[in-house]
Write a protein of this length. Structure first.
Length: 451
């Protein structure tokens, strides 16, 4: 017969009681509970570290994209705030495409003096932190670009010959040149950072009638069709010299004697070959054979007076034959410290860029300094040689040259004159000058910004 549990022997009860007491008092199970409770924040911390590390990578990528955008728009000038923002956004998007982690908002761009400030925010989805209800992380990035560009001196050497009156060339040139001045001058953060001058030319350059008493002028010289020979760089002419009267002189000068015709040597009264021959202003009779229009505007040395520069361009008028060399020589002089009428700064390639923008629409047809038959009507290959030589000398002096051929002219000569093939432009219609000068203006602005 089976015993009822209540009738178990008394010796079993102490054992059961002791077991229950040990079970209740045993603390070994608390470690499992404590570990389970601690596991949740540990996992959250690991997840947070992963998500935050990813957010840091996103911030770095966004900052680099902002830097690229800032450098791009920092070199742009003449743009509205809306245009700057659009360009910055486009550059940012190109360097931080939508495929990247995070969804950036709109790039903010502000400019103040020589500073460009950019910022952007993005929302990044989390990988692990979402288990505790944190689904996204907001990330911000910023960049500041300082435009510490070089200074810039630019001389516009512009053809004012008679052929510029055809096909709307001179009219279009005036608009294009004024636009260039507007764009390039806007690159100046401080007054004097950018200076521009103008040299209108035909077969002469107008140095201003107020210089009639200047010691660097001479009033007697050999005319163009004189019988001349060159020996050891000196020109000797057998024909009687021409004489220009000071009375009523308009201010124009023609080529110096070789080899000073392609140099910026400072004139000296002890050497008449270094002096500038005064133009006879259409006298064209008697012993003064030189016969060319001198309706030129006086040249303008480097200036920050944008209004006067624009007025100079407005007043330009066409007339006369072509001598590209004299235009280039005087452009070079306006960029040379200490040269006649120049206010240029000393050369400093680390802090200053010097540039000539040269435009012509015709072949050389005239040259005074004894190089053959250059009568103002026919092509003068001898003058081309002098132009080539002066182009080389200008580039050797560290001055950059942009050349523009308008419909006519010696393309090979002009392309070789440019500092680089990409700095030569040939247009087949005057209307194209607007875009060409805009391209050059932007290049000049970028040149000033660059280090």
């Amino acid at each position: 017969m089976r015993e009822h549990p209540m009738h178990q022997p008394n010796f079993m009860r102490p054992r059961l009681t002791a077991f229950l007491r040990r079970w209740v008092s045993d603390t070994r199970g608390n470690y499992a509970i404590m570990f389970a409770l601690a596991l949740v924040p540990i996992l959250i911390a690991i997840g947070a570290a992963i998500d935050i590390s990813q957010a840091y990578v996103v911030k770095q990528r966004m900052t680099r994209a902002l830097d690229d955008a800032g450098l791009a728009v920092g070199g742009m000038t003449g743009l509205t705030a809306t245009q700057i923002q659009t360009y910055a956004q486009n550059y940012f998007n190109a360097n931080y495409p939508a495929s990247k982690i995070g969804v950036p908002g709109t790039v903010s761009v502000t400019t103040s003096g020589n500073l460009v400030n950019l910022s952007v925010s993005a929302t990044m989805p989390t990988s692990i932190m979402s288990i505790v209800g944190i689904n996204t992380i907001n990330i911000s990035a910023s960049s500041q670009i300082t435009k510490m560009g070089k200074k810039l001196e630019v001389i516009l050497v512009l053809d004012n010959t008679g052929s510029m009156s055809s096909s709307n060339k001179l009219t279009t040139l005036k608009t294009a040149a004024k636009n260039l001045i507007s764009t390039v001058s806007a690159a100046a953060v401080n007054v004097g950072d950018v200076k521009i001058g103008i040299v209108p030319f035909t077969t002469a350059v107008n140095v201003g009638s107020s210089n009639v008493s200047a010691t660097w002028l001479k009033w007697t010289y050999a005319p163009t069709n004189a019988s001349c020979t060159t020996k050891n760089g000196n020109v000797t002419c057998t024909q009687a010299s021409a004489t220009t009267s000071k009375t009523g002189w308009s201010g124009c000068v023609t080529d110096r004697d070789q080899s000073y015709d392609i140099a910026v040597t400072v004139p000296s009264t002890s050497n008449s070959a270094t002096l500038y021959p005064a133009d006879g202003d259409n006298l064209g009779s008697g012993t003064n054979i030189y016969n060319d229009s001198c309706s030129l505007q006086p040249l303008m040395p480097l200036s920050t007076d944008w209004t006067s520069l624009n007025n100079e361009i407005t007043a330009m008028q066409a007339g006369g034959a072509t001598n590209t060399t004299i235009g280039l020589v005087w452009g070079w002089q306006m960029l040379t410290q200490g040269a006649t009428l120049s206010v240029a700064a000393a050369p400093d390639p680390t802090k200053l860029n010097k540039v000539i923008v040269f435009l012509t629409d015709g072949d050389n047809t005239y040259y005074r300094a004894g190089i053959g038959s250059c009568d103002g009507s026919n092509d003068c290959t001898g003058a081309d040689t002098r132009t080539s030589l002066v182009c080389t000398a200008i580039k050797n002096a560290g001055i950059q040259i942009y050349t523009v051929r308008v419909m006519d002219g010696n393309g090979t000569l002009l392309q070789n004159c440019a500092s680089d093939p990409t700095m030569y432009y040939s247009v087949t219609a005057a209307s194209q000058l607007t875009s060409v000068f805009a391209t050059i203006a932007q290049a000049l602005s970028n040149l000033r910004i660059s280090q």
